[in-house]
Design a protein around this ligand. Structure first.
Ligand code: SAM
Ligand code: SF4
Ligand code: SF4
Length: 300
């Protein structure tokens, strides 16, 4: 079923030139229990949490556009509630509507062994003090405890590399290799929310390219890196033609975007979201990227 849909989608987009999303990033709340240094989403003053009915409408809208994979985002999505309902009710709802898989990205500060998502991303921005420099004191130990307790069979880490923690990439990869609860790790780079000249978190471009070369080498050697080699290569030079419409976004305030919010804020030239390179590589039919995508879905 999924295979036939993907074949049809590929024909319509690649051959007929339609811009039809395959994935949706749906922000269900901007409430959060952390205040990470690199994040511009959390809202402690006046947090919003969408109603079940609003999310239902947004899922149906995305499905009607063509999307079949949904990533529930926040804020901290595991905090979401509407009356008796929790995130598992949204996962059930997405399935009922016809989405093939649901993914959740969490900061893992609370137990998430109850989550029914097909795959779970745990944000881990380095290990020990590197992670805590971004996410706050005590956050690493809690993350490790909840990751070990989760028991989920498709659990991966996600590291956002910045100007401080890039020196910790190799150790973080080693940590993932030694932690059986993690199946793999994805790497992204810090992307500024607005164009700022002297943003101290932006990693110097030369160093970014060195990190990418290192990751490509490690991937070749069999390290459990989720990014594909083709996708990583693309992130060294962002002049490629973007196909970011492959993933539509619905923000905490309900704004519906055809591409990620980075386009609205005009930061595509500083993009660190490896999805940009991965999506381009899917559209180019790069075998290693397609394989990475299949592996990701296959774990479900
Ligand atoms: C906004 S958070 C929401 C989910 C959850 N609260 C968490 O931290 O995993 C989703 C992902 O976006 C990443 N992120 C936040 N700000 C970013 C930025 N400026 N550039 C790149 N990634 C960013 C986070 O590290 C996290 O992996
Ligand atoms: S936990 Fe996630 S949403 Fe909350 S502040 Fe950190 S990156 Fe932002
Ligand atoms: S290039 Fe990067 S910042 Fe721009 S829309 Fe694509 S993913 Fe977002």
């Amino acid at each position: 079923m999924m295979f036939f849909y993907l074949a049809g989608w590929y024909f319509q987009t690649r051959i007929l030139g339609k811009e039809k999303p395959l994935q949706t990033v749906l922000f269900i709340t901007d409430q959060c229990n952390l205040s990470c240094k690199h994040c511009s989403v959390y809202n402690h003053q006046n947090p919003t949490s969408k109603s079940y009915e609003q999310i239902k409408e947004e899922l149906q809208y995305s499905y009607n556009l063509g999307s079949r994979f949904v990533d529930f985002e926040g804020g901290e999505p595991t905090l979401w509630r509407d009356g008796e309902r929790n995130l598992n009710d949204l996962i059930d709802l997405a399935k009922e509507i016809g989405f093939f898989t649901s993914t959740v990205t969490t900061n893992a500060q609370r137990p998430f062994d109850w989550l029914k998502a097909n795959s779970i991303w745990v944000s881990m921005d380095g290990i020990y003090e590197y992670h805590e420099a971004v996410r706050g004191q005590g956050t690493f130990a809690k993350l490790v405890e909840n990751v070990h307790a989760s028991g989920h069979k498709a659990l991966s880490a996600n590291m956002v590399i910045d100007a401080n923690n890039y020196v910790n990439v190799a150790d973080t990869l080693e940590f993932v290799k030694k932690t059986p609860a993690f199946k793999s790790i994805a790497f992204n780079f810090y992307t500024p929310a607005f164009q700022k000249k002297d943003d101290p978190l932006i990693l110097d471009w030369k160093k970014r390219c060195e990190v990418i070369d290192y990751l490509i080498e490690q991937k070749k050697a069999g390290a459990p890196i989720m990014n594909s080699r083709s996708g990583l290569k693309k992130m060294k030079d962002l002049s490629f033609k973007k196909v970011c419409w492959m993933c539509n976004y619905i923000l905490p305030d309900g704004t519906r975007l055809k591409e990620c919010v980075g386009k609205t804020y005009n930061v595509c030239e500083q993009c660190g979201f490896c999805m940009a390179g991965e999506m381009r590589s899917v559209m180019n039919f790069c075998p290693d990227t397609l394989l990475a995508g299949v592996n990701l879905r296959d774990k479900n």
